[in-house]
Design a protein around this ligand. Sequence first.
Ligand SMILES: Cc1cc2nc3c(=O)[nH]c(=O)nc-3n(C[C@H](O)[C@H](O)[C@H](O)COP(=O)(O)O)c2cc1C
Ligand SMILES: [Zn+2]
Length: 269
Amino acid sequence: MSQLTNIFIMSLKALFLNCTLKKSPEVSHTRALIDKAVELFQDLGVDSEVVRIVDHNIAFGVSSDEGGDDEWPQILEKIKACDILVIGSSIWFGVRSAVAQMVLERLDGSYADADPETGQYPLYGKVAGVIVTGNEDGAHNVSANTLFNLTHLGCTIPPNADCYWVGDKKRRHNHSSWAFRQLQTFIEYKAKEVGIITHYVDPSYTSQTCIRCNHISKNNRNRLSFRCEKCGYANNADLIGAMNIEHKTRDYRYILESQGCLSATQTNA
Ligand SMILES: Cc1cc2nc3c(=O)[nH]c(=O)nc-3n(C[C@H](O)[C@H](O)[C@H](O)COP(=O)(O)O)c2cc1C
Ligand SMILES: [Zn+2]
C-alpha cells in the first residue's frame, strides 16, 4: 500500500508562479521562500517548477491569449499540466503585487476553456496554495484574496495552504534595541560596582543644537556636517551631538552637587 502511495506521489507536479516585481537575476525574497517549499516537496517526491512571471512577456488582459508576443499561453499550458499550483507574491502597499494581480486576471480566461460536458474549468482538481513575503504586514490580506480567487477558478484549497514570511524591518529594529538595552544594563552594572552614578540624557536635538549660541534647527545639520544657520559655527555633527550630551550631563551634575548628593570621587568621574 505504501509503495502504491509513493508511486502516486511521485507523479505529482507542482508549479510555483513567482510574482515578484524583480526581474532575474535580482534576488527575490519570495523565491527564497518558494525554494523552501520546493525542498519539502522534493522530500515527498513532488517535482517542482518555478516560473518568474516578470522574466516573460505577459500581456494584460482577461483572455488566455492576447495575441502578438504574449507568452501567457505557454505558462497556461504549464498550469494546466500541474497538480499543485502555488502563487508566490511579495506585498506592495499592503496588497499582492501587480504581477500577481495580472496572473489572476489572466487566469480568468480559463473560464472560457470549461469542459463542454461537465462545465468544469481547467483548474478543477488542482490543489492551490500561496507563498507571501513582505517586511511589514499584509500577508493575510494577500493570502485571503488570492486563495479565494483560486477557489473561484476551480482549485481546491486544503487547510493551511498559505505560508508567509514578514518582518525583517521589525526584527532588525528589535535586534538593535535589544543590543542597546544590553549595553545600557552592562554600563549601569559596571558603574555601580565602582560607585559611579549613571544618568540617562535625552538625546533629542543634540546634533541640531549649536554649542556656541544654543540655536536649534534641523537646518543646522546636513548628514555628517553641522553648520549653525544663525552664528555660522561649524563642526562634525556627531561631535556636536556628543558635546551637547556632555553639557546636559554637566547640568545634572551641578544639580546633584548643589544638593550635596555627590562625593568628590563621583564629581571627578
Ligand atoms: C514600495 C514598497 C512597498 C512595500 N509594501 C509592503 C507592505 O505593505 N507590506 C509588507 O509586508 N512589505 C512591503 N514591502 C516589502 C516587500 O514586500 C518585501 O521586500 C518582499 O519580500 C519583496 O519580495 P521579492 O524580493 O520577492 O520581490 C514593500 C516594499 C516596497 C519597496
Ligand atoms: Zn550658533
